[in-house]
Design a protein around this ligand. Sequence first.
Ligand code: SF4
Length: 342
Amino acid sequence: MRVSLETRDFAKYPFLKESQQFMLQSHESVDAFLRSSAGKVAIRYAVDRVQRALSHTAQATDTASSPVPSDNLGVRLEVSSYALARVLVSCGNERALIDRLTRYEAQRAYAFLETEDETKRSYIAAQVGFSFEESSLPVTRYIEITAGMKEERWRLVNREVHEGRVRVEPLEAEELLKEQIRVTLLSQLPLEVPQSLCEELAPYVSRIQETFQQKVLEDFGEVDESCFPPCMQAIFSALSGGLNITHSGRFALTAFLHNIGMDSSQIISLYCRAPDFDVGKTQYQVEHIAGRGGTGTEYTAPSCAAMRTLGLCVRPDAYCEKVNHPLNYYRNRKKGKRGKPS
Ligand code: SF4
């Protein structure tokens, strides 16, 4: 399929290979670019881009409302801010930060895609490996795309599967495309950035990390045990009472406590009460879940669906009916306590 892209499309879809080729036309090294006045502006744009991603919500609808440049310089700044934003979060190497950026980029690109004609939409979708022509997807591909989609309707057990393919309705294909963009962008991060470049960009990385910490604090604030969901309360009480808890229970609670902002030493001190407490082993497990282990992967507490499968969803209450993740339960209860609507 031949599609002619306009220059402004590179600003809308900076992840396309054509957008990267457009940037390569200047033959400028990264160092030279960063030192140029355009490079300095691009870094400022990149920091803004990550900060926008941090305050962005999945429901935001204004992503594509900002004007898109069509002049060469404007498009170059937009595409380079995308590339630099990825470099900045890679230097920060915080999984949650990378996750926020890719969610934002996917939402942004998808909002633009919704306004395109069918030929261009199909072409761009194909660039991230998605086809609108199929009314079903191979099971493995379906699982790959929907792994991060928490709603029950996406679970394979709730789908119509025929001869190794999962049936997909046209409206669902739209949702899957957005998720496919996110999954594709996420799979490319973190980038392998030379240490020297990360050092040069350290002040910008710190600024982003500070904003991120503030955001976590705004979302979760001081740790408040009275807002824990029943599942986490149960594991927490068992632990405090000196009872042995299962490996999956430990993982769920540790990831939950880490996600709501408890630091590693506080988490480790909780585990002192466990009958089989081993400080070295506990420290290793906590650091691993927090993403400071060998793989650098930061873990998120299991969703309600996963907690149910693990037999860890206990005594769900009325608040549970409105959530599909223990973190959302906690966030809602805290907001409710502060007098904000949930
Ligand atoms: S429904 Fe979710 S939040 Fe509520 S107890 Fe079960 S797993 Fe926890």
